[in-house]
Ligand binder design. Structure first.
Ligand code: UT7
Length: 332
């Protein structure tokens, strides 16, 4: 489907929030059978953030949102649409976006969540771009936020070393002349591969009961090697599609912002896209994999660190449970 539309949509502001508590690889290896050496060489992760007790996904989401709103110069009451991408909602219902709406005082906004795992923030970007370019909404606040520490089996070294907590946000609005634009977006799903990465318990298929409460069924479960293979292929394809649709060449791209799951995956993507490593943004050494929040936090950090300037072309690309994947090409 053509992405041409009368109303262009720009990213007017970004924000992020990371909880204060840092859990280093060394600290982890005091209670799980692992080492800093294994984690760093296999993933590139050195440490991750852990939300405080009583600090929920909606708290982190709201703090990231406030920063994005401030940068966009928009008051919370002006926001018309809030989409929170998360797999670790405060409650199964209502949506975390409803708590965020209440916390921000964004009383005019329609608010709902989407569940697309690590791809959720770019799914939200595509949905809200369409909503704005169709004229249905003037602006949108999109947020990726996760409290994965609450859904990790801290006895399973194959998964618990990988994940962390945090939130990232962006404000999208109709663009004026000469402003930036979301040039192209892509998203995809392969529901045949749900078994590769999931949280098996806690839903209607497998409620947590007194009989299975000790089985860690409400924790992330992953076949890492399989996921790795699909991640590289799907992210490459998705990124190539938006680069081509936006009429770009690899040398036109100022910054690639990939999902932050594994440095080896990121390096493989950079290699396949023929983009030099110094134009690929990486922060997973500090935060680990924060699922839907990862690309949103990375976008905000890259923006605030001046990795690109007005008019530069950037590419975001993600991959996650589902399996799902997505990409976006943006003129800043
Ligand atoms: O965000 C959604 C997308 N997620 C991803 O993209 C994740 C993709 N997958 C990965 O990043 C990698 O597959 C992992 C980092 C998860 C695992 O790396 P790997 O190179 O695929 O290792 P492996 O699972 O094959 O494990 C290799 C060995 C095993 O031991 P044996 O069987 O060779 O004796 C594991 O038991 O490493 C062992 N191992 C560990 N050792 C120390 C697994 N986890 C650990 C650990 N510390 N934390």
């Amino acid at each position: 489907m053509s992405e041409a539309s009368a109303i262009e949509v720009c990213i007017a502001g970004t924000g992020s929030y990371l909880p204060e508590k840092i859990l280093t690889n060394e600290e982890l290896s005091t209670f799980v059978d692992t080492t800093d050496e294994w984690i760093f060489t296999r993933t590139g992760i050195k440490e991750r953030r852990i939300a405080a007790e009583g600090e929920f996904t909606s708290h982190m989401a709201s703090k990231a949102a406030e920063r994005a709103l401030e940068q966009a110069g928009l008051a919370a009451e002006e926001i018309e649409l809030i989409i929170v991408a998360t797999i670790t909602p405060d409650t199964l219902t209502p949506a975390t976006a409803c708590y965020v709406q209440q916390k921000l005082g964004a009383n005019k906004a329609v608010a709902f969540d989407i569940s697309a795992a690590c791809s959720g923030f770019l799914y939200a970007m595509k949905i809200s771009k369409r909503m704005i370019s169709s004229g249905a909404f003037k602006n949108a606040l999109i947020i990726g936020a996760e409290k994965l520490s609450a859904f990790v089996n801290w006895e399973d070294r194959a998964t618990c070393v990988l994940f962390g907590d945090g939130a990232g946000a962006a404000v999208l609005r109709a663009a004026g002349p000469g402003e930036g634009a979301i040039l192209a977006t892509e998203m995809g799903t392969d529901g045949n591969l749900t078994h590769l990465l999931n949280i098996p318990g806690g839903g209607s298929a497998c409620p947590i009961t007194i009989n299975n409460a000790g089985d860690h069924l409400a924790s992330l479960s992953m076949l890492g090697k399989e996921v790795f293979k699909h991640a590289v292929n799907r992210m490459k394809e998705a990124a190539e599609k938006v680069i081509a649709r936006a009429g770009l060449e690899p040398e036109d791209i100022a910054c690639v912002i990939p999902h932050q799951a594994n440095l080896r995956i990121i390096d493989a993507i950079a290699d396949r896209l023929a983009v030099p490593n110094d134009r690929v943004f990486v922060n997973l050494h500090k935060y680990g994999n924060t699922s839907a929040a990862a690309v949103a936090i990375a976008l905000d950090e890259a923006n605030r660190e001046g990795k690109f300037k007005r008019g530069d072309k950037i590419v975001l690309v993600v991959f996650g449970a589902g399996l799902t994947w997505a990409a976006a090409a943006v003129r800043w």
